[in-house]
Design a protein around this ligand. Structure first.
Ligand SMILES: Cc1ncc(C[n+]2csc(CCOP(=O)(O)OP(=O)(O)O)c2C)c(N)n1
Length: 181
């Protein structure tokens, strides 16, 4: 099989485009294609992360989001610029959907200085206040109380933004999740 050229490699790592502020009924063909591109970016990123993990090049944990690409892509498409996002440990797809640089995420996974936490945090410890992404949390259910705090911050500031708080079904019966919902 022919090797990918430098340009093709860069394209594979280029940032997904952002579709925002839509309802399903309004989506144009171009927007649907952008969403497909984003889902594919997440899938390809995760396939590569899984491969690198298997090769021992990613330390610690590496929870993949394969099969759930449509969840974050659809929800983020309904949001507006400036909405905050928080999730648990299965977080690479959320970062990509927030338009965080895939190279920065992969650099973090592989423990390099160019990573979002300078290579010291790994898969579950990445943040970007610029992109309104607040982690990446290893504790099951931790995103819910923190997400409630982010939602209150939006309310107190009156900025009209929402918090998108993601959690797995394993967090659904956790005390803090139930209390803060
Ligand atoms: C408070 C707490 N208890 C236990 C764990 C160990 N743990 C890590 S992943 C996991 C399963 C979580 O399942 P779910 O929330 O449904 O997410 P999924 O991995 O299925 O996406 C558990 C129990 C943890 N990280 N935090």
């Amino acid at each position: 099989m022919a090797k990918a050229s430098g340009a093709a490699k860069n394209k594979a790592l280029s940032k997904p485009k952002i579709v925002k502020n839509t309802t399903g009924a309004e989506l144009s063909k171009a927007q649907l294609l952008e969403m497909y591109e984003r889902m594919l970016t997440i899938r390809r990123f995760e396939e590569k992360a899984g491969q690198l993990y298997g090769m021992g090049l990613i330390g610690g944990f590496c929870h993949l989001y394969i099969g759930q690409e449509a969840v974050v892509t659809g929800l983020q498409a309904a949001g507006k610029d400036g909405d905050s996002v928080i999730t648990t440990y299965r977080d690479h797809g959320h970062m990509l959907a927030c338009d965080m640089d895939p190279k920065g995420i992969m650099a973090e996974l592989t423990g390099r200085i160019d990573g979002f936490s300078k290579g010291k945090g790994g898969s579950m410890h990445m943040f970007s206040t610029e992109k309104h992404f607040y982690g990446g949390h290893g504790i099951v259910g931790a995103s819910v109380p923190l997400g409630a705090g982010l939602a209150f911050a939006h309310k107190y500031r009156g900025d009209g933004q929402l918090n998108f708080c993601y959690y797995g079904d394993g967090a659904a019966n956790q005390g803090p999740s139930l209390r803060d919902l």
